[in-house]
Design a protein around this ligand. Structure first.
Ligand code: AHZ
Length: 311
């Protein structure tokens, strides 16, 4: 497979910096000591407004029909996005993230500590993405990334460089698009979206209709139950596509991580659920501050998604 990020890495970043001053330095080294002659290139505000707006609306247009929508850009959703975008550069992948900052719970380890624990064999995923880690030896059951933010920033930078991925952050999925399947059931055919701040104000403002994205496959990784978490799982119950949620159980690192990875699957046609959202569906234990299952659940979600595209 082609890795588009490799191509992007060779693109020149700083070879030509248009500036309006007397000097036109092409590197930051050339600017040093010459600040009295410095000025930025002239600009008009509307150019900025048009550039941002045009790109965003062109993305809305392009991704209104996506191949895959990933709901939630936490450690599981980002891992799934990485694997899918790398394996199938022709697929259009939209990531919808309710927060302004993508990354979910993966900016810190447990109790807001810095270190991120990754249970073996998920160290294979760290090597794949290029995240450095410390291994405390072959007897150790886990490796340590010195700061969780190093994992999250590295995978984010890789995912965002794939030309077939668009992240819509500050945007919430507030419903699912459904179609009747031939057997009296439903299949999921897309997502209903809105600005997160709008979604949060449906109770005190009226007439704030949402937008939509059609896609034959959704991967939901919205985390465990919370104001936004487990969103798609809860919606499946409300629409009677699932009879009830199992509800996340207490913490047991030994059982929890295996259960989440093995259980990552298409729950109803067109909707794969992975990461901690799955614990709410299956009544699986939580694992707390170890992230191996989140990475490998993302890997499995991508594999399940590719099976759907291959059939
Ligand atoms: O903002 C949410 C977060 O970034 C986002 N999200 C939730 N609902 C959404 C919605 N629309 C769009 N309706 C939404 N985005 O989903 C992301 C979930 O990330 P996460 O880190 O919470 O979930 P994860 O399953 O990838 O990782 C969970 C890691 C664990 S395990 C654990 C425990 O055992 O206690 N706790 C955590 C945080």
């Amino acid at each position: 497979t082609t890795i588009p990020s490799a191509k992007i890495a060779t693109m020149p970043h700083t070879t030509s910096i248009p500036v309006g001053g007397a000097t036109k330095p092409e590197t930051i080294e050339a600017m040093a000591g010459n600040w009295s002659n410095f000025s930025f290139a002239p600009i008009r505000e509307s150019q900025i407004a048009r550039t941002m707006g045009r790109r965003y609306f062109s993305d809305l247009d392009k991704y209104a029909e996506s191949d895959i929508v990933i709901v939630g850009a936490g450690s599981c959703g980002l891992s799934a996005a990485y694997c899918l975008a790398k394996a199938r550069p022709e697929l259009k992948i939209a990531i919808i993230e309710a927060g302004v900052a993508p990354g979910g719970g993966a900016w810190l380890g447990g109790q807001l500590f810095s270190a991120m624990i990754m249970r073996k064999p998920a160290d294979a995923f760290l090597r794949e993405v290029g995240v450095p880690y410390e291994d405390e030896g072959s007897e150790s059951s886990f490796v340590v990334v010195k700061h969780a933010a190093l994992f999250t920033s590295t995978i984010l930078s890789k995912v965002l460089q794939f030309p077939n991925v668009k992240l819509f952050n500050a945007t919430a999925v507030e419903d699912l698009i459904t179609r009747k399947d031939g057997n009296g059931g439903i299949r999921i055919a897309g997502v209903v979206t809105n600005w997160t701040l709008v979604s949060m104000h449906h109770d005190d403002q009226s007439c704030m209709d949402p937008n939509t994205i059609n896609a034959p496959l959704i991967i939901s990784t919205t985390g465990h139950d919370g104001p936004f978490g487990a969103f798609c799982a809860k919606r499946l119950v409300a629409m009677e596509a699932l009879s009830a949620l199992g509800g996340m159980r207490g913490l047991d690192m030994n059982t929890a991580e295996d259960a989440i990875v093995k259980g990552t699957r298409e729950i109803v046609p067109g909707l794969i659920i992975g990461g901690m959202e799955l614990s709410e569906v299956d009544g699986a234990n939580r694992m707390g501050p170890t992230f191996g299952a989140m990475a490998l659940s993302g890997v499995k979600a991508a594999e399940e998604a590719l099976k759907v595209f291959e059939t």
